[in-house]
Design a protein around this ligand. Structure first.
Ligand SMILES: *Cc1c(COP(=O)(O)O)cnc(C)c1O
Length: 463
């Protein structure tokens, strides 16, 4: 086996245990459209472009690391979700995946609603002109100040997460002379088949009120008695990065069962159910995400069928995709720094960012792909681990991936599908300056969240 550039490169057999990494892709220059934003392609000179602009030019203008977000892809995904669910249902974009004022305006223009889960997200939403009635407010521990503000501005719904909050929101609304529309978040006992820390519908967790043991039924009983709130429905969110509709099926069935119990006990048919978010995206070529139309049809069929069986009118459905809208629309662009070949072990490729701009690999053991984007290369593939520049050995961006063996410091590499939960979870660890988000569309690039500066850091440090 000849290796042109690095004779000390890794022997794949030494480090490979997982099947899907055993063989490198046939051609490393080919970008799998499943994992890259829609307008990303490689031009004849070999450089990758997004929205018609070469990444080399973007790096010169905006620096690295940086997130580049394909605005037309984002808008297209919003429209696909809105079309798929139609006028009889509501799509709420989960702002925690990534929120900025530009994003809020796009959502507003494309007809989506917005989930927020903190005062900061609510500020951003309102500042960018999202009508309050199109906002849902979530969270397991909303502060009194946050609740007061949400009620005051008239958010469309507050999703109640505990017995205490049912009373708290009702009292606050009454004090403000309002009646707040609310849903109750229940945990349905379904465990989404993802990493333990991102599965949220099993009962041993901080979110929601359990259906088990009649707790959710008791929550409904209490909510219906209070004057400050109007109970409009039941909410369930079963996890994240889910591909299998079976979890939603169980969740919908159990929520509809609760609606039937509520009707039997109180003579009330709650008009809405919210099935949450959690739909998976392709981080690597191994992932096969579902199309929003397929998801809408599956969820609609399940709810209709269960309601017919229970003799209930079909409630209005809402869903809350975050990752599935923004995740695939962005990539992180890094410059390659040190490359270390550990004989017989592994090759480490260091980039100028890391866990401060993408914590998901360290936090969830998430998988990502990576490609050389500043040029073509026909050099042999080498298996690498892409790591950041932070003082932490868990500072891994991409655990295992193939890059060309002639990779050198100064090359640009990009990690696709970083639109969700990367900038929004970014930190200043090691006093890193959080990277900018640059929206690219039709040959134009525009900063929507600027890069932090040393001044920003020092401004918070008041000496
Ligand atoms: C996180 C969250 C979502 C969005 O999850 P995605 O995996 O980004 O689709 C939706 N609803 C609730 C209540 C959430 O907590």
């Amino acid at each position: 086996m000849s290796r042109s550039a690095h004779p000390a490169g890794p022997r794949h057999a030494d480090v490979l245990t997982e099947g899907h990494y055993a063989a490198p892709p046939a051609d490393l220059n080919v970008l799998d459209e499943k994992v890259w934003a829609r307008t990303v392609s490689r031009n004849d000179d070999g450089a990758v472009t997004v929205g018609g602009i070469e990444v080399t030019r973007l790096a010169e203008e905006f620096g690295t690391p940086a997130y580049f977000l394909d605005e037309s892809d984002f808008r297209a995904r919003c429209r696909a979700w809105a079309d798929a669910f139609g006028p009889g249902a509501d799509v709420f974009y989960a702002g925690k995946a990534f929120l900025s004022r530009a994003v809020v305006r796009w959502l507003k223009e494309e007809g989506l609603n917005l989930d927020v889960c903190s005062g900061g997200e609510l500020t951003t939403a309102l500042d960018a002109g999202m009508p309050a009635e199109r906002i849902a407010f979530h969270g397991n521990n909303k502060t009194v100040a946050e609740i007061e503000w949400a009620v005051q501005v008239g958010v469309g719904r507050i999703v109640l997460d505990s017995f205490q909050e049912i009373v708290r929101v009702s009292h606050i609304a009454q004090r403000l002379g309002k009646r707040q529309r609310v849903q109750i978040r229940v945990t349905v006992g379904v465990e989404a088949h993802t990493h333990e820390f991102i599965a949220t519908a099993h009962e041993d967790q901080k979110f929601g009120i359990a259906l088990a043991g009649g707790q959710a039924a008791e929550a409904v009983r209490r909510a219906l008695r209070l004057d400050g709130i109007e109970l409009i429905g039941i909410h369930s969110h079963i996890g994240s990065q889910i591909f299998d509709m079976a979890g939603f099926e169980v969740s919908a069935r159990r929520v509809v069962q609760l609606l039937a119990e509520v009707r039997d006990e109180h003579g009330v048919e709650l008009p809405e159910i919210d099935l949450g978010g959690g739909l998976g995206i392709a981080y690597t070529s191994d992932d096969d995400p579902r199309d929003p139309h397929e998801i809408a049809k599956a969820l609609g069929d399940i709810v209709t069928r269960e309601c017919e069986a229970a003799g209930l009118a079909t409630p209005r459905i809402s869903v809350e995709p975050g990752r599935a809208i923004v995740g695939p629309t962005a990539f992180t662009l890094y410059e390659v720094g040190t490359i270390k070949h550990l004989e017989g072990l592994r090759t480490y490729v260091s980039v100028d960012g890391g866990m401060s701009d993408n914590i998901r690999t360290a936090l969830y053991d998430a998988e990502y792909s990576v490609a050389l984007v500043s040029r073509r290369s026909d050099a042999e593939p080498m298996l690498v681990r892409v790591v950041g520049k932070h003082c932490e050995s868990g500072d891994i961006v991409v655990k295992d991936a193939f890059l060309p063996s002639d990779l050198a410091p100064g090359d640009l590499i990009a990690v696709p599908a970083t639109g969700a939960y990367c900038r929004s979870m970014a930190s200043n660890y090691n006093h890193a300056l959080r990277p900018p988000v640059v929206a690219v569309r039709d040959g134009e690039a525009r900063v929507i969240v600027r890069r932090e500066t040393e001044e920003d850091l020092l401004r918070l440090d008041v000496g």
